[in-house]
Design a protein around this ligand. Structure first.
Ligand code: ADP
Ligand code: UVW
Ligand code: MG
Length: 401
């Protein structure tokens, strides 16, 4: 194999592609960017090379193929095109890996077929991930492409946490169990938190709160994930931007039998029109905090419901772990919304959880502790880096091959 050290990481969403080109020699970003609104009227590509000015294109990207070709051209303009001898692998974020994929996997036609089979349990994510893979393979059929699965880090969930309490034969026939998602982030952040504390990950128990568009919590004991809030699909658990998180499954029957809604309509309701959006009409936490500050009662309710659910999981995972060394807030909301962190931790001094209001209000892109030094539980803000984690896992796989 070639001696190159660059890995391109692709995180393809339904209407966007995020990408980073990382040099594994030192983990540095050679380039990073984002294509938004693919398949819509006016799309946008923002490309930031490591050396040089940020470039922006506003144009129509008809589909993912057009978007990735434009990305390849931007990279080529920096001398980092997909044909560069430095490039040794493309790493893809794949959300659902089911029972079979619990480690980074070299992509073959058969792997793509299995990821496609899992679309019904990750309808918002797997289709776009597959499109990203297919387009990248068409552009560089000779290059190793690696899938890194959101579900992989949660494969260690003990059976009693992974099982739903339903008929076992039905569950086994349809591979119904709790898989968990955002695993690459939970893995990266739990380790980074141990590092921040100056301790070995094998010694520390961490509750990770990944609060982005999708949101999930996990309990990590000595580096091993033992519980997480998402389940068969990325719908269970916390209140999210547009997803309800936990509901009584009976409401599905009720909306169908009494409300006359079809299963597809209920799916759309719970995945796309619920969560913060359903409660107050906005799914951006910045806007919700601004409205709540101005006294808007719907925004206040959405904020309070979001925080209430988070606190329920915090308490539950405290009991699951028995001893908690750190709580780590990460992703867009966790890293940036100081009022969410403050409200989530308020009044928990009895549990050893306390925030230093000044540390908590500092704006910074660095991993940092925001609890006072005497607190029994360290509360930390730890920026996630799923792309670096994906690049490292992909690089390790191709190097070992
Ligand atoms: N400064 C901020 N304050 C509060 N929320 C923020 C801030 N910046 C970003 N967010 C929130 O982060 C969320 C997106 O998180 P992110 O991790 O980028 O999502 P994704 O799942 O798409 O990677 C949005 O809901 C946005 O409201
Ligand atoms: C799995 C999941 O919810 O991912 P995202 O937060 O990117 O939507
Ligand atoms: Mg994210």
């Amino acid at each position: 194999m070639s001696e190159g050290t660059h890995v391109l990481v692709l995180n393809a969403g339904s209407s966007s592609v995020k990408y980073q080109l990382i040099d594994m020699l030192d983990g540095s970003r050679r380039a990073a960017g984002l294509v938004e609104r693919i398949g819509e009227g006016a799309g946008r590509l923002v490309h930031t090379p490591h050396h040089g000015e940020r470039r922006e294109q506003v144009q129509v990207f008809a589909d993912h193929s057009a978007a990735l070709k434009a990305v390849a051209e931007e990279l080529a303009a920096d001398g980092l095109g997909l044909d560069s001898p430095e490039l040794v692998a493309i790493g893809h974020r794949v959300v659902h890996g089911g029972q079979r994929f619990t480690a980074p996997t070299l992509i073959t036609d058969e792997v793509v077929a299995e990821v496609r089979r899992l679309i019904p349990v990750a309808p918002l994510h797997n289709p776009a991930n597959i499109t990203g893979i297919e387009v990248a393979r068409a552009l560089r059929p000779d290059l190793p492409q690696v899938a890194v699965f959101d579900t992989a880090f949660h494969a260690t969930l003990p059976e009693h946490a992974a099982r739903y309490a339903i008929d076992r034969a039905v569950a086994d026939e349809h591979r119904v169990r709790r898989y968990g998602f955002h695993g690459t982030s939970h893995q990266y952040v739990s380790r980074a938190t141990a590092r921040l504390l100056g301790r070995d990950p094998a010694e520390v128990n961490v509750i990770v709160l990944h609060l982005g568009n999708g949101a999930s919590a996990s309990a990590v004991a000595g580096g091993v994930c033992v519980e997480t809030s998402m389940g068969l699909t990325p719908l269970e658990g916390l209140v999210m931007g547009t997803r309800s998180g936990d509901v009584d499954p009976g409401l599905v029957f009720h909306l169908h039998r009494v409300g006359g809604m079809t299963v597809d309509e209920i799916d759309d309701l719970l995945n796309r029109r619920s969560g913060l959006l359903g409660l107050c009409g906005d799914n951006d936490m910045r806007e919700i905090m601004r409205r709540a500050e101005e006294g808007d009662p719907d925004a206040r309710l959405a904020f309070d419901a979001y925080v209430h659910r988070l606190r329920k999981y915090l308490g539950a995972y405290y009991a699951v772990l028995g001893r908690v060394d750190a709580i780590a807030f990460t992703a867009g909301v966790g890293e940036n919304a100081a009022p969410v962190r403050a409200a989530a931790c308020a009044g928990l001094e009895e549990l050893g959880i306390e925030l230093d209001p000044e540390l908590n209000s500092v704006r910074s892109g660095a991993a940092r502790i925001v609890s006072p030094p005497y607190a029994r539980v360290a509360v930390a803000v730890v920026p996630t880096d799923e792309e670096l984690e994906i690049a490292q896992q992909a690089f390790a796989l191709v190097r070992a091959a």
